[in-house]
Design a binder for this molecule. Structure first.
Ligand SMILES: *Cc1c(COP(=O)(O)O)cnc(C)c1O
Length: 329
């Protein structure tokens, strides 16, 4: 109420959206918003627009100054509407969920809270609402009303430019369509053609192979991972890694060994910005055990962690994760 009814710096919230028919909590929230919007003192300051659809969304993204998105982490699938808002010059004020952790850089909008997960939902709501109110009162509203002698909000315009410059080129339907096409549709189309030839001969082959791999996967085990002695590597050098991997009756060509590496934060064993390089078999086998070699390029200073994983590989298997089989080192 205090934020909404400041005489010098008034704020208006416009809500729009639909809850899925089975989303009882969502429907309850909308009911509350509608009720509040009709109550004394909130009229005009809190507005609910009914029947949200793509046309109403078009007017909203064009007309608003700030796009507020406050999902419960990690439930936001994507947050496409924030990209539409950015394309129209609106600034995003959002929980770091969906696309926003990728796009937010500190200068192109605001992040509500941090990327923490909470066990207690009530505590989470308290922390995040506090963060939202603080951002509104101390950052968003003051920046909007801070006008230069020419009447323009220069800090705000700066942020709009940052937002459009950093977001529109990366988060748009051109890239989406292009990546769907090159990463999924074209490979799937080609696979359909190849697998379908000769009355599905290759599809049958792939099915049999999958059955075999599923029954043999229990024997897959990473036995050891060898590093050169000493735990410090000079900058610019490559770290050569050798792994002995037990595959049982699976052959080296039927798996892919990923060497995952990246900087670790402090004492944690959580990798930030993980990179993956593929290890190569040296072709020798003893009792179902194969030797794979790989390198970790050391191009930055810091503490690095690494691990390896084994995934099934077949030339007709489009996605190695699709079989839900993985062995971690
Ligand atoms: C953009 C849009 C959505 C998706 O909104 P998100 O915030 O990405 O979930 C849903 N409905 C309509 C009508 C839209 O225009």
């Amino acid at each position: 109420m205090k934020i909404l009814s400041d005489k010098r710096r008034p704020v208006q919230f416009i809500f729009a959206g639909k809850a899925h028919p089975q989303d009882l909590l969502g429907k309850e929230i909308i009911k509350k918003v509608v009720h509040q919007a009709r109550s004394e003192g909130f009229r005009r300051k809190l507005v609910f627009v009914e029947d949200y659809d793509i046309n109403i969304a078009r007017y909203l993204v064009q007309g608003v100054d700030v796009w507020l998105n406050n999902p419960i982490r990690p439930m936001e699938a994507c947050g496409t509407s924030g990209m539409k808002a950015a394309a129209n010059g609106a600034l995003n004020l959002s929980i770091l969920d969906g696309w926003w952790p990728e796009a937010y850089d500190g200068s192109n909008g605001w992040a509500i809270g941090s990327e923490e997960e909470y066990d207690d939902p009530e505590y989470r709501d308290r922390v995040e609402s506090q963060s939202l109110y603080e951002l509104m009162e101390n950052k968003v509203v003051p920046l909007f009303f801070d006008r230069g002698p020419d009447g323009h909000p220069h800090g705000w315009i700066e942020m709009m430019k940052n937002s459009m410059a950093t977001i529109c080129g990366r988060f748009n339907s051109h890239r989406m369509i292009e990546e769907y096409m090159t990463d999924y549709y074209v490979p799937a189309g080609l696979a359909h053609q190849i697998l379908g030839e000769n009355r599905m001969a290759r599809a049958r082959e792939l099915r049999d192979w999958k059955q075999k791999i599923r029954s043999l996967w229990k024997d897959v085990k990473i036995l050891d991972l060898d590093l050169p002695s000493g735990d410090t590597v000079a900058l610019g050098e490559d770290l050569n890694v050798t792994a002995r991997i037990q595959l049982g009756n699976i052959r080296d060509q039927e798996v892919v060994i990923d060497l995952c590496h990246g900087r670790v934060e402090g004492d944690s064993d959580v990798m930030v910005k993980r990179s993956v390089t593929t290890m190569v078999s040296d072709g020798t086998e003893h009792d179902g055990v194969w030797v794979f070699k790989g390198t970790v390029p050391c191009r930055e200073t810091g503490i690095y962690g690494y691990t390896i994983r084994v995934l099934p590989f077949h030339p007709y298997l489009l996605n190695p994760l699709s079989m839900s089989l993985v062995a971690w080192g």
